[in-house]
Design a protein. Structure first.
Lengths: 236, 225
């Protein structure tokens, strides 16, 4: 076994340890440190899960698209997996965003979904785009062609994200109730709340990086196993 | 440019001789408008002109699917791809010609759909501004045609492409439709603010620009080999 094979498990283990520690710290801060919100009460604590999960989803989509563009330019097949895995994790985090957002909406506004809200609608569009990415990917045989098609569609998403944000914002004029986390004056919250939010965000991003490293390793093992099977089948 | 002109001429001639797509799109759009009219209530129009204007855009999107699904069908069915790809021309000319042909087909279909929309849905003399609607349709068609040509190229050799193309296209139609509907509905009198026509058209122009650049840059990867 050479050095590079030993280095990968170490990176994943380090990321997993960091994620576990940060997550424990975030949970402790959310439930025992941060003060209860005056207007929304105890249930407002879902904010520290919902917003970091949503931001992590955007981070994963961007990561997937950037690696897709890098694949188109270099044709390095390892970048295909590095584009696919963040997109896949983006669906998981995206689903969690929709679920936690819906729960929060029901607690805060008394409705599970509000079409007048620009952020919910934008997120739904991007989530549908990501689901379509998988439909395309699994309609094409594994190989370079699938990698190219997936990368092209992922790069198109880079155009869709700003258009959705602008388009939905332009079209909906009654966005009055979604809490504004950040505005031109910086974070729109109290110091301890902002600190808790930052720790929760760091925990969620570290968790996504850990999941990325583990899934990437699993997919690479899958690919090698398939290659060995093909080889064994061919020789038999 | 020569390649683009030749390819566009080929697409238009094929449609003129075969009459495969535009008649089907026209019949579809008429049927869809009748369906929507009945769906909103035969005698009394539920939701009034505003609901009808929103649904017009839904019909426009679904009609454009017909054009997109049949994009590159001739090339695929008659083995024209190999000839096109081996021609010493920029491959983005194939994309530009297909997008232009689709844009023209959509324009012809909407030239039939708009008068019918007026006939079926508009009551009490209240209607969206014709200038706003026509400009929005032209810009939206351009965006749909350019993005659609890229996506059609992407799925042209994929199994279940007829199902896949609408699935790939719809997320991209959502911001387009949300702005176009708001702009059209807000142009119905009495106008009480809302989304200004210039702001809406500006967004549609931005949409077109982004997908013109992405389509032109990415089509080469889609059709290689």
């Amino acid at each position: 076994m050479n050095g590079s094979h030993r280095a990968r498990p170490d990176r994943a283990t380090a990321a997993a340890t960091a994620a576990a520690l940060l997550m424990a710290l975030a949970l402790a801060m959310i439930f025992f440190y941060v003060p209860t919100d005056v207007s929304e009460g105890y249930s407002q604590r879902i904010f520290y899960f919902h917003v970091p999960i949503a931001l992590t989803t955007y981070f994963l989509f961007t990561w997937g698209a950037v690696n897709g563009a890098r694949f188109l330019l270099s044709r390095d097949m390892s970048l295909d997996l590095k584009s696919y895995v963040p997109m896949h994790l983006g669906v998981i985090f995206g689903s969690l965003t929709l679920v936690t957002g819906s729960i929060w909406a029901n607690i805060a506004w008394g409705t599970w979904w509000f079409w007048g809200d620009t952020q919910l609608t934008t997120f739904l569009i991007i989530f549908l785009f990501n689901c379509a990415y998988f439909m395309l990917r699994f309609s094409v045989e594994a190989g370079e062609r699938r990698a190219i098609f997936s990368a092209v569609y992922a790069v198109l998403g880079v155009g869709l994200i700003p258009l959705s944000v602008i388009g939905v914002h332009v079209a909906q004029t009654n966005d009055l109730i979604h809490p504004i986390t950040f505005n031109e004056n910086g974070a729109n919250m109290d110091g301890s709340m902002f600190l808790t939010f930052l720790v929760a965000l760091a925990a969620m991003i570290t968790l996504s990086v850990t999941m990325y490293l583990i899934e990437l390793r699993g997919k690479r093992i899958d690919d090698r196993l398939r290659a060995i099977r093909r080889l064994a089948g061919g020789e038999a | 440019m020569r390649a683009y002109r030749a390819l566009l001429r080929k697409d238009l001639l094929l449609e003129l001789r075969g009459r495969e797509l535009v008649p089907a799109m026209v019949v579809f759009v008429v049927g869809a408008l009748v369906l929507v009219r009945l769906g909103l209530g035969g005698e009394r129009l539920a939701g009034g002109t505003r609901a009808a204007t929103g649904l017009l855009w839904v019909v426009v999107v679904f009609t454009s699917m017909l054009a997109l699904v049949r994009s590159f069908a001739q090339e695929r069915e008659h083995g024209i791809w190999d000839g096109l790809l081996s021609a010493p021309a920029d491959r983005s000319a194939i994309w530009a010609a297909r997008a232009s042909a689709t844009f023209l087909f959509l324009g012809v279909t909407q030239a039939v759909a708009l008068p019918l929309f007026w006939l079926f849905f508009l009551q009490d003399g209240r209607s969206p501004s014709l200038a706003v609607l026509a400009a929005a349709l032209a810009l939206a068609d351009l965006g749909v045609a350019m993005l659609g040509a890229l996506l059609a190229g992407l799925v042209s050799n994929v199994r279940a492409r007829e199902v896949l193309l609408p699935v790939l296209f719809l997320p991209f139609a959502l911001p387009l439709v949300s702005v176009a509907v708001r702009m059209s509905v807000d142009s119905i009198p009495p106008q009480n603010g809302g989304l200004g026509a210039l702001q809406g058209l500006g967004f549609l122009a931005l949409y077109d620009t982004i997908f013109a650049l992405l389509g032109w840059a990415l089509f080469e990867y889609v059709v290689e080999d």
